[in-house]
Design a binder for this molecule. Structure first.
Ligand SMILES: Cc1ncc(COP(=O)(O)O)c(C=O)c1O
Length: 474
């Protein structure tokens, strides 16, 4: 079409497109209000609105109800057919949507995905597990149509008791419950210990999935500072227990906390138990990363020193063995009966087939071998990732190398806004978890969590270098 024959709104859309292309409005940034746009081009608001609607159809802008128009991410040239807009980091400040928004960062157009807290799929023993599953089904096809036979159940529970003993836990078979990942275990424990409106102490920064769980149960989070050096601050917790609102329970991750990677020293673990006892606070211990220790010794769970039944211990195989199995377990001590009843109204039972395979890998010693291989790879990847971050990120960036787990917490100078950085990074196909996702309050805006669960390839090195450059110009 002859450009001079274009309607006025298309001229305005073209002018805006040029400004979007020039980077004047980076992806995610707010665009001029409709009125301001109309004034700028000397047209009425309907014409300005038509320009935005046209750009919306072209997927160059996003409309957010009551917030206005925002620059969209550029479409990836490799996937011309995909119409859905990519996630917008701005939504991450909203607790109820941050989890789903972060999950959307798994969009295949994002070629370097560093926002998750799990190892790359290629690091898990997929072929070996596929063979095991096939073998199990060939030998026991009845598992498809039956509950777990009692003998198999005892075998799995006995294996979990042995695993617990290796961690210093005194367990018995009747005190263990299988759950759908650790998430279900924590949720059951919270349902048992609290009522809607109650306050639960959590670490801050905190794994956003926990905030989501609390929100779903109508609970309030009391965020207690946690440092990469020593984990939960006992001084801050003690102060909060004395002066803050009544706390029903504490959820904490003493071993390789997410996102800081902190490992709580054993002395602090013992002091934490004494503090909880003094204030009558039950602790829900999340030990999802404990098996991913880089050094020789596995860190001891809090539960190992719990003489009074103050700890509900929750563990999982999702990070250390097979994410898709979703197999978790818990040892709740005196709370066992109540949790067993809640469990019956929740998952009822975990998959018999997967439980038999888990019993096999535990019995055969294969779990120990598989998790050892995984954590050696993770240790090397973490070192390479931390080195790259320190080399390329702005001066003053702090990283404390964790001793286990799959994530690296990066504290940039206060001038860096990691949500804005994420918008720029997404536009270049790189994701990470921005600091604001890890608190219900507007904190940690200068921090980011980078996944180190992926093999450190030249492409990954280049992506981290690029992130560093973007942070320098942020
Ligand atoms: C601290 C923490 N707890 C729990 C979970 C979820 O564990 P699961 O997959 O076993 O439910 C995660 C996942 O990232 C996590 O980081």
């Amino acid at each position: 079409m002859n450009p001079s024959a274009l309607p006025v709104y298309r001229h305005i859309a073209n002018a805006l497109t040029a400004r979007l292309d020039s980077g004047e409005f980076p992806p995610g940034s707010r665009l001029p209000a409709v009125r301001a746009l109309a004034a700028e081009f000397g047209v009425n608001t309907l014409t300005a609105l038509a320009a935005y609607r046209y750009l919306e159809q072209q997927q160059r802008v996003l409309a957010r109800p009551r917030a206005g128009y925002f620059a969209a991410l550029p479409a990836a040239p490799s996937s011309p057919g995909t119409a859905a807009p990519l996630p917008s980091a701005a939504a991450l400040v909203d607790v109820s949507s941050r989890m789903s928004t972060l999950l959307q960062l798994g969009d295949e157009r994002i070629h370097t995905q560093l926002h998750m807290a799990e190892a790359a799929a290629s690091l898990y023993p997929a072929a070996e597990l596929a063979r095991r599953l096939q073998l199990t089904l060939t030998r026991q096809p009845e598992l498809i149509g039956a509950h777990l036979p009692a003998g198999e159940q005892r075998r799995l529970l006995a294996a979990l008791v042995r695993l617990g003993h290796e961690r210093g836990l005194a367990l018995d078979e009747g005190g263990i419950l299988l759950t759908h990942g650790i998430t279900e275990g924590i949720s059951l424990a919270l349902r048992h210990l609290t009522r809607p409106g109650d306050t639960v102490a959590v670490e801050t920064p905190v794994y956003f999935g926990l905030l989501q769980t609390l929100e779903g149960l109508g609970l309030k989070a009391l965020e207690i500072p946690c440092t990469p050096e020593a984990g939960l601050s006992l001084e801050a917790l003690e102060f909060a227990l004395h002066h803050g609102p009544a706390v029903k329970c504490l959820v904490c991750v003493p071993n390789f906390q997410n996102p800081t990677g902190a490992l709580m020293p054993d002395d602090n673990k013992k002091r934490l138990l004494a503090l909880a006892r003094k204030h009558g606070v039950t602790i829900i211990e999340d030990d999802v990363f404990g098996d991913l220790h880089y050094g020789n010794g596995r860190p001891t769970p809090l539960k190992a020193w719990d003489r009074d039944g103050d700890v509900i211990y929750c563990a999982s195989f999702t990070k250390s063995f097979a994410p898709s199995f979703r197999l978790g377990w818990l040892a709740a001590g005196r709370h066992h009966g109540a949790l067993a009843r809640l469990c019956a109204s929740s998952t009822l039972v975990s998959s018999p087939l997967l439980q038999v395979v888990l019993a096999d890998v535990l019995d055969s010693g294969d779990y120990a071998r598989i998790s050892q291989r995984l954590r050696l790879q993770l240790a090397a990847q973490m070192t390479a990732t931390a080195d790259a971050v320190l080399q390329h990120f702005p001066r003053g960036t702090r990283v404390r190398r964790p001793q286990g787990g799959v994530v690296l917490w990066v504290e940039c100078p206060e001038t860096v806004d990691s949500t804005r950085l994420l918008q720029r990074a997404l536009a270049e196909g790189i994701s990470f978890a921005p600091g604001v996702a890890f608190s219900a309050a507007p904190r940690f805006g200068h921090c980011l969590r980078i996944n180190c669960g992926q093999p450190f390839t030249p492409a990954l090195a280049a992506a981290i270098a690029r992130l560093g450059q973007l942070a320098l110009g942020n």
